[in-house]
Design a protein around this ligand. Sequence first.
Ligand code: PMP
Length: 406
Amino acid sequence: MQAETPDQKLRARAARVIPGGMFGHLNANRLPEGYPQFFERGDGCHLWDVNGRRYVDFMCSWGPIVLGHHHPAVTEAVQRQMAAGDCLNGPSERLVELAERLVRLLPHADWAMFSKNGTDATTTCVTLARAASGRRKILVAQGAYHGAIPWCTPNPLGVTAEDRTHLLTFTYNDVASLETAVQRAGDDLAGILVSAFRHDYGFDQELPDPLFTRRVRELCDATNAALIVDDVRAGFRMTLRGSWDLVGVQPDLSAWSKAIANGHALAAVTGNDRYRDAASKIFVTGSFWCSAVSMAAAVATLDELERNDGPARMRAMGQRLRDGIAAQAAAVGIGVRQSGPPQMPTLLFDDDADFAKGDLFTREALKRGVYLHPRHNMFLSTAHTEADIDFALEATKAAFDVVAAR
Ligand code: PMP
């Protein structure tokens, strides 16, 4: 009998005390066989599992790691703040510093508020849209992910219809469906909530069509409803000015988390002056929402991203990966689709409804030390170098050969 690996042993222990062995989307059972569940450490763009295997990491903790794991400038800021204090009776100076930083960086923002998870931030935006307007309806794109509590979770288990009574859907990038939803909301429209771009699980990603983004802005202006951009996943990877700045549209409210503090738990809502009064009146709080360490991490993270033009670096490395993969796929005659911004690539195979090709491909890459995802968008960090991308491309070349041989 083969000896159990540390990952297998941990999974067996977890199965007894953690429902399902692991909750949520990070359950490794949702990934192809061979993917580890448990990790030991990270450094730069590398990640080690508990079996001691090293990977070039293209998930970046599902987004938060934007400068690379264990970034020295962030670690230093964290240690300095940790020595002074983290969870105090109220916020530290870091709160004001960080809010000032966001207001300076984001053209739409006149103020900022902080919490812990992306879901906190999207929920606060929805609450603010309703508080400011006194109306109830929120428009969301069909299939878009905005968090994991009853009003927005994609899993209906444990959720009542009433939790979503005031949500109406439209199709991302489809102006006609948006206009229909606005009409249906009538004079009860509080806000339109849109992702930075369409990044639904298991589908090709779609960048926002400027005709669509402009129409969202016009409809919000005409009805006095809030335009809310959910920048939780995409924020600070494509630009430091807010993702819809790239299409020339400024939101009223934005939700942030993931990359903002390079892996430290922090979320933010930013807004313009139309929403300042409501933002000062709604009741939003949490035991750990003033945590100074994550705010110190965020200031350091934004410093680094600004100083090194992080989005441009990630774009260049993502493009190198994309070009290499496109050439490899063409060389073996396999049809693939690479979508989304190069910093957040999705790779899907043609004629692969059950994801069998994608699963085989990513398993083969994993065996060769490259951690990809077969269905979800992936993430680049500023720690990925040309050498790391070229290492990854050696693995993907071999993985394509295995797929072609099948
Ligand atoms: N919005 C988007 C676009 C997200 O990608 C996520 C997280 N994947 C969330 C909201 C929710 O963030 P969190 O998991 O931190 O609550």
